[in-house]
Design a binder for this molecule. Sequence first.
Ligand code: ZN
Length: 256
Amino acid sequence: MMDDKLIFLGTGGGRFVTLYQSRATGGVIFNTSEEQIHIDPGPGALLRAKEYDVNLWNTSVVCLTHKHFDHVNDAPAVLEILRMKKKKGVLLASKSCFEEIVPKHLKDEISIVVLKRGSKVKINNNLMVEATGTKHGDSDGIGLKFKTINYGISFVSDTGYYADLSKEHKDSDILVINLMKPKGYESEKHLCYSGAKRLLQEVKPRACVITHFGIKALKSGPLDLARELERETGIRTVAATDGAKMSIQNLLRKAY
Ligand SMILES: [Zn+2]
């Protein structure tokens, strides 16, 4: 718990931000004392890992939440690491990613668990993960809710708001929210400001990190979006930046 952290290999999302690399799109590294978990290795994951001093050889778990290119583009390269480590690591993937993204030749050579809403996997004695639902273009898409002895952290992934979303993330202490669009926008398939606010008000986590900004969220200013969310919900909210390293312990601190 002391050294558990998040490292953002990217904080951009959506087609334009990804194609122009207005923000990086290499996914998120979640480090616990025993695991290095790489969630959604999008375009540039390898380069961003080098840039931000993350040794991908240490990766023990790769997670693919859904098949969109800004989430999985570098997956074949990152999965090669698991192949070289001879089943020492595991891929957790949505059905769509397993079927359409994982290269055929890797399917027998790495350990893979296909996740759908409600699936639970024990990663080690101190770490469980449960797949949550999403409402998104990829109907097989999942979110991820990790539980350690000390805390729970959710990677909500790409999803529109729906009533059960809050129930599914209820017991998480930290929510990592993909915030595509700012105030004044609504989307069925993505969390915009209003959906994120509702989710925070209902889940009441100890902290929230916003990331995966679309072009409109970037223009409106992620820092301002975080401040406004925090002001309106009373929940500590941090806007991720490319290369940011965040200590879980710091995120869970009461006062700051
Ligand atoms: Zn998506």
